[in-house]
Design a protein around this ligand. Structure first.
Ligand code: HEC
Ligand code: HEC
Length: 278
């Protein structure tokens, strides 16, 4: 659904008959779209620094999508609708963990506002840098060593991951597959995830002692929802005096934990190695 919206907004741009009305000049001398008041240059600078540490890997230095599989933010409807961080704050602070967007609970509203100022300073229309960069820049031997120490407890290139590079031929997709299994292409890809990943399940224990088990369909501060094996959908409020307790069993939890530990070099090396696993 979200991906569909993003794609729709990209198409919307491609078909836009006229250039947007000229707005105020933004950083770099380009016209930002939609037209916005000129941001405080100090806020843009602070936002740029925060962005480069926290977001570049996934969303790209130019916010047009990065190695980590984050979507283009410049054409994101959320970003376009945002003025000074008010639409971004919830997404950034809470993340969308099931979709590969981690939570940045430590970033304050003011900091997200600075990140928004930076994003809004990037021109929508032009693309900086080459359209596609060869992502296989790592050292396959170092990647193999990394794999042996961090991945081999669960995977084997002669077992479950045999021929992974033949199944997932596009290195960018392959990288996304091992970084965030089941995420299915964050850059507006229309293809389904190349591998099937078992969904997270939850066991909810009601105050009465009744236990309800099923596939986790939603979890936020207010509600936990599960779909039982017979297809029954059940939701439980969490913001009540006597909330149910629940336990999440996410087969990808180890991957989500690992995601925080990779350096860019590790990522490039592991991808370079997996590309050889044909
Ligand atoms: C580990 C990778 C990763 C990092 C790091 C990351 N993101 Fe994301 N982000 C994603 C993915 C994947 C999505 C798509 C989620 C979805 O499909 O709902 C996303 C979605 C978003 C969206 C929603 C876009 C839309 O149109 O729905 C925003 C806004 C966003 N990220 C901002 C940020 C900001 C700001 C940072 C840094 C503070 C950041 N992200 C860091 C992976 C990441
Ligand atoms: C603690 C166990 C664990 C560790 C460690 C781990 N993974 Fe996984 N990985 C999983 C699980 C579980 C899945 C989901 C597989 C499924 O549901 O079929 C998965 C999925 C994958 C997939 C998708 C392919 C498939 O067959 O589903 C790839 C590729 C992958 N992992 C690579 C890696 C790499 C590379 C590392 C090391 C950096 C790593 N994993 C570390 C448990 C782990």
């Amino acid at each position: 659904m979200l991906l569909a919206l993003t794609v729709a907004s990209v198409i919307g741009f491609a078909q836009a008959p006229a250039r947007p009305a000229p707005g105020p000049e933004s950083a770099g001398g380009f016209v930002a779209y939609p037209p916005r008041a000129i941001a405080d240059p100090a806020a843009v600078e602070r936002g740029k620094a925060l962005y480069s540490v926290n977001c570049t890997f996934c969303h790209g230095a130019d916010a047009r999508g990065g190695d980590g599989g984050g979507p283009n933010l410049i054409r994101s409807q959320v970003v376009l609708d945002d003025d000074h961080g008010e639409r971004l704050t919830a997404i950034v602070q809470k993340g969308r963990p099931d979709a590969g967007m981690p939570a940045f609970a430590a970033l304050s509203v003011a900091q997200v506002g600075d990140v928004a100022a930076f994003l809004h300073s990037i021109p929508v229309s032009s693309r900086s840098g080459p359209p596609s960069i060869d992502i296989v820049v790592g050292d396959a031997n170092a990647g193999r060593a990394y794999f042996q120490s961090k991945c081999a407890s669960c995977h084997s290139v002669t077992g479950d991951l045999q021929g992974i590079a033949s199944k997932v031929r596009d290195p960018r997709m392959l990288q996304q597959t091992w970084l965030m299994p089941g995420s299915g292409g964050g850059r507006g890809a229309t293809a389904p995830p190349p591998v099937s990943v078992k969904p997270a399940t939850a066991t909810v224990t009601l105050p009465s002692g009744e236990k309800v088990e099923g596939t986790l369909s939603r979890l936020d501060d207010f509600v936990v929802s599960v779909t039982e094996t017979d297809g029954t959908h059940r939701s439980f409020a969490l913001d009540v005096a006597n909330p149910p307790t629940f336990e999440i069993h996410d087969p990808l939890k180890p991957h989500k934990d690992l995601l925080r530990t990779y350096t860019d070099t590790d990522i490039h090396n592991v991808t370079a190695y997996l590309v050889t696993v044909k």
